[in-house]
Design a protein around this ligand. Structure first.
Ligand SMILES: Nc1ncnc2c1ncn2[C@@H]1O[C@H](COP(=O)(O)OP(=O)(O)OP(=O)(O)O)[C@@H](O)[C@H]1O
Ligand SMILES: [Mg+2]
Length: 266
């Protein structure tokens, strides 16, 4: 996060994982969910992780998101070695540096939108007044200024996911992770959420998202394909530069046009 954008040569990657393995022991059987994943993700990248069901996408996201630890291998987050941290330290890193959005929103059902967004700040020890102010700001940023007092069951699916995005962003994380964020949304609402992600990316957020759907993956500038716990493909989908010029002034309210004009109309 605190990297100097004017000195790209010296930038530390946001994510670097090397020879990452994850095994699950199930009785007599061992499931090899990750089989040596190597991957580096730089600041302001927009990455879609794809692959068949069971290929290890969520396992990888959970490790990157500090929700789980690898069986072996290395994980560096913004230059800090995460692989050796114990549960407590891991939880602290997760709270400070990771924003996670899930397919099923994972909001507290009895809490209002505002209270839900305050949760990470509460864990972070932020005082009540500042917590309120920052949660309000995050909700306004995702277009929910007029829904702060609503509980999850008083919100639409798209609005719930926006609350989850606000909660993920309220601590200004190094990276926003999203595991099938549109999986429970109809296609129009899914498009709204993707426009929000695009605008966040345009304003500098680093994003990794898992999706099955090619039209969702299209929003990302890089595709990483997993199969049987290994990366089988990793390529850029378009010029990051073109994307940046097309959207230098995007706002999170979701009005970002995706089209690069290719011409200056002064
Ligand atoms: N907690 C767990 N205990 C045992 N096995 C697990 C556990 N979590 C995942 N697995 C196994 O690890 C493999 C990878 O699972 P993972 O959830 O990462 O797949 P995925 O690519 O996210 O699939 P999907 O697209 O269906 O969400 C699967 O074979 C799965 O059954
Ligand atoms: Mg999954």
């Amino acid at each position: 996060m605190a990297q100097d954008a004017t000195a790209p040569a010296a930038t530390t990657p946001v994510i670097r994982v090397g020879a990452l393995y994850k095994n699950y022991r199930m009785g007599a059987e061992t499931i090899h969910a990750l089989n040596g994943v190597d991957c580096t993700i730089d600041e302001n990248e927009y990455v879609a992780v794809m692959g068949p069901s069971g290929s290890g996408k969520s396992t990888l996201m959970n490790i990157i998101g500090c929700l789980d630890s690898p069986s072996s291998g290395e994980y560096w987050l913004s230059g800090e070695n995460i692989s050796k941290l114990g549960d407590k330290a891991l939880a602290r890193v997760r709270n400070r540096r990771i924003g996670f959005v899930f397919q099923t929103f994972n909001l507290l059902p009895r809490a209002t939108a505002l209270q839900n967004v305050e949760v990470p700040l509460m864990y972070g020890g932020v005082g009540r007044r500042e917590r309120r102010a920052r949660a309000r700001e995050a909700l306004a940023h995702v277009g929910l200024a007029d829904r702060m007092a609503h509980k999850p069951n008083e919100l639409s699916g798209g609005q719930r996911q926006r609350v989850a995005v606000a909660r993920a962003l309220v601590n200004e994380p190094d990276i926003l992770l999203a595991d099938e964020p549109t999986g429970n949304l109809d296609s129009r609402t899914g498009r709204d959420i993707m426009r929000l992600f695009d605008a966040l990316h345009d304003s500098g957020q680093t994003i990794i998202l898992v999706t099955h759907e090619p039209h969702i993956a299209e929003h990302a500038a890089r595709h990483v394909q997993l199969r049987d716990g290994v990366v089988t493909e990793d390529h850029l989908t378009r010029q990051a530069a073109g994307q940046a010029t097309a959207q230098a002034s995007g706002h999170a309210s979701g009005h970002a046009p995706r089209q690069a004009t290719g011409q200056a109309n002064a």
